[in-house]
Design a protein around this ligand. Sequence first.
Ligand code: UT7
Length: 332
Amino acid sequence: MSTLPRSVVIKGTGSYTPANIKTNDDLAEFVDTSEEWIFTRTGIKERRFATEGENTSHMGTEASRRALANAGIQTSAVDLVIVATITPDMPFPSTACLIQTQLGVSNAVCMDIEAACSGFLYIMEVAASMIKTGRYQNALIVGTEKLSSILDWEDRTTCVLFGDGAGAAVLGPSDSPQTGLLDFKLGADGANGEVLFMPGGGSANPATGTSIDNRLHFLKMRGKEVFKLAVKVMEQAAKEILEQNGLNSDQLACVIPHQANLRIIELLSSRLEIPMDRFYLNLEKYGNTSAASIPIALDEAFRDGRINSGDLVLLVAFGAGLTWGATLVRCP
Ligand code: UT7
C-alpha cells in the first residue's frame, strides 16, 4: 500500500504588516493626487510602509513566526521554505535563506520563486507537489514584499497603489482526501510582460548612473491594459477550476482575490455571478501588496471567522509576467 499523503492541508497561517500607516491624504501631500481619486478608482484608503531598516525578509520572518505558532509547529520540524517575492532583500542569497536564518529553521530546504502577485498561488502548488512526494512534512510558504523600495514617487499612476507586508502558511500532509488544497490552475503569458515590469537591476540593465537617471529601477505599469487582462484571466482561471472539479460558484463559501483594485474584484464578481459579500476584501487597509496580498487576506479571513471548517474557498490572483492562478481549498 502506498504511504504517500492523500492530500495537503493548511496547518496554520500568519501575517505581518508594518506599523507605519500612510493614508491617501498623507500621499496627497507630496504626490499630485487626492484621497477622492485614489479611493474611487481603486477602493484603497491606506497602505503600510516598512520602517527604516525593515526588509522583505524581516516581514516574512515575522509572518512565518505567527504561522508556525498558529499551526503549533516547532521550527526544528520545518523542512521546506519557499518564498514568493518581487522585492527580495537582494538578488542573492534568496530571501528564503535569509528567513531561514532569522527564524532558525536550520533543517529546511530553501528557495525563492518569482511569479509577482500570483506568487503565493505558485508556491502553494510547488510546496504541495513536494509534500505529495512524501519527502516533506512541514512546508513554510511565504509571500512577502517591500514594494515601497521600487515605487516611483514621480509616477502618480503607480505609486498610490501599493504597500508593504507579508503573509505565510504552513502546509503539511493529510490522509483525508477531500480536505485541504483540492486543485490548482496556474497560467502565464510572457508575451504580455511589458504591461507591468521593472527594467533595471537585472543582467539586462545593471545599475549604472544612466539606469538610475532613466528611472529603470522602479516599477512601470500600463494600468488600463493590466486591468482588462486581470479581469479576463481571473475569470477564466476561476471558471476552469470550478468546472474541472464539477463545482459551481454557489458552493463557494468565500473567494479570496488578489487585492489590487476594488473595481477589478467587482467586475470579477459580476462575471462569475458570485455576490460581492462572498469576496474577502482588505485592500482598503493595505493597498496592493503583490505576493503578500493573498496570504495576508487568507490569514485575516481565518482570524475574522470568514472561513471555517468545511468551507470551500477559492483563491484567485493575477500579476506581472503575466501570471495568474486559482486554487480551491476545503478547510479541514
Ligand atoms: O497586481 C497587479 C497590479 N496592477 C493593477 O491591478 C492595476 C490595474 N489597473 C488599475 O487599477 C487602474 O487602471 C488604475 C487605478 C491604475 C488607473 O485607473 P484608470 O481608471 O484606468 O485611470 P486612467 O489611467 O485612465 O487615468 C484617468 C485619469 C488620467 O487623467 P486624464 O488623462 O483623464 O486627464 C490620469 O492622468 O486619472 C489621472 N490619474 C490620476 N489622478 C490623480 C492617474 N493617476 C492619478 C492619481 N491621482 N494617482
